[in-house]
Design a protein around this ligand. Structure first.
Ligand SMILES: [Zn+2]
Length: 444
């Protein structure tokens, strides 16, 4: 079997020692990295090997987005400059209510297209019609945790129940190594105690991830104390939820006691700063969580509340608002920041021995950025600090030129190889317009 040699790129491994190679070489064989190091040290090249000159590019692990809703590009730019409840009740929920399985499929293709073109190679999704989403992700070649939404709140939305999620898990578990099915109970306030107990039982029986939203707003916490006499976190703990692997998005309003629960049960937090700012939800207590030893990764949330899915672009803001919040320019290093979108994301999904860094033996999930651009230069490649700084404060997803998952190229020199860009964009534009009309949102 021929191997792929990526030669002469700047290679950032993001490993424990922050090893990097200004004139690096990566060798890929059978979906895996078999060599990551100095180009001068590379194993011998055979005539059948494929060799690519990556001069002028920086190679790093593929980005990991730990919270998104794959239908969301359909509603991009639908509701701006309105309060959260108006946004949900009058715009998003009416528009979403007309979605079909076919719509979800094309929306997920669009999300995958946006991810590949901006350097995300793994993501955690929460949406309905998970089977359609899984088929779209399979076509794209991306790696994903697809968590079938459960949204009850008195009535089951679109027939989505724990049974729907169970059927999805049964259908997709072990079917494609890149696709991991999971459970997506929407939030403590929108799923009943009885349903949560069934979800816990299903997660334990199938060893699947629970991906939910916790304490996104003050209102959610206030209602929880009024109705249940405790915080959303304590309530979920009492139901046994945290005995299962749990990924919780937002987590803005957590008490010290809640944070201790997260740490004790190893609950992973997905930090979604742009969505939180846009909906004026608040700012996640990054420093408190980190100091307590809670693991944190980064998510974009959906395109309705972001409005893009550009994780690398969000990273800059993720750091800056925390520095402002703590009134401290020094505590949030670029080293920690880059880890949020790589190895910490892998930990959140239990994949840190598989992806998240570039090390021999791991899966070949990687991206390359074109660094020969005015906004990224001059770049002093003898300084690892400056290379990380460039990624956090100068780069965005638009600088990504190549993306590979499990040794397969999904994008090469900006050309998407697994999806038909024109057809995906045409279909979602058409569906988005249909949904806009059905929800009565045309004509401002
Ligand atoms: Zn969300």
């Amino acid at each position: 079997m021929s191997r792929i040699f990526l030669r002469h790129g700047i290679v950032l491994t993001i490993d424990d020692c922050d090893a990097y190679y200004p004139d690096g070489c990566i060798v890929i064989e059978h979906e895996k990295l078999i060599f990551v190091g100095e180009d001068a040290q590379h194993p011998g090249i055979h005539p059948e090997d494929s060799v690519l000159d990556m001069r002028g590019k920086l190679i790093m692990p593929g980005l990991i987005n730990t919270h998104v809703h794959s239908h969301s590009p359909l509603f991009r730019n639908f509701g701006e400059d309105v309060p959260l409840q108006v946004w949900l009740n009058d715009i998003m929920w009416p528009a979403e209510s007309h979605m079909t399985e076919e719509h979800a499929y094309y929306a997920a293709l669009h999300t995958c297209l946006e991810f590949i073109s901006s350097g995300v190679t793994t993501f955690a999704d929460q949406f309905y019609f998970a089977d359609a989403v899984a088929r779209a992700v399979e076509k794209s070649g991306l790696r994903a945790f697809l968590c079938s939404s459960i949204f009850e709140n008195g009535k089951s939305e679109r027939g989505q129940t724990v049974q729907t999620a169970a059927d999805f898990i049964a259908a997709w578990k072990g079917r494609n190594p890149l696709i991991t099915p999971g459970l997506g109970p929407h939030a403590p306030y929108s799923v009943s105690a009885e349903q949560w107990r069934s979800i816990v039982a299903l997660s334990q029986a199938t060893h699947t991830l629970i991906h939910t939203h916790i304490s996104e707003t003050k209102t959610e916490n206030r209602k929880s104390f009024a109705e249940k006499g405790e915080s959303p976190t304590k309530w979920l703990e009492s139901l046994g939820v945290f005995s299962c692997p749990t990924l919780a998005a937002h987590c803005i309003y957590l008490s010290d006691e809640d944070i201790a629960v997260f740490r004790n049960h190893n609950v992973h937090v997905s930090y979604n700063p742009v969505s939180n700012l846009k909906l004026v939800s608040g700012i996640m207590p990054y420093l408190k969580l980190k100091t307590a030893g809670v693991q944190i990764s980064l998510g974009t949330d959906g395109a309705q509340s972001n409005n893009t899915l550009d994780l690398l672009q969000d990273l800059k803001l993720a750091v800056l608002i925390q520095k402002q919040k703590e009134n401290d320019p020094a505590f949030f290093s670029v080293f920690d920041a880059v880890r949020l979108v790589t190895i910490e994301g892998a930990k959140a999904l239990g994949l840190d021995s598989v992806i998240g860094t570039l090390e021999a033996g791991k899966q070949a999930d990687l991206i390359a950025l074109d660094i020969q651009q005015p906004h990224l230069q001059p770049l002093h490649t003898d300084s690892i600090q400056m290379l990380y700084t460039m990624l956090v404060y100068c780069a965005s997803g638009k600088d990504v030129t190549d993306a590979m998952v499990q040794g397969t190229w999904l994008m090469k020199d900006r050309e998407i190889l697994t999806l038909d860009v024109h057809s995906v964009l045409h279909n979602t534009a058409d569906i988005s317009e249909q949904l806009r009309k059905k929800a009565g949102l045309t004509g401002d």
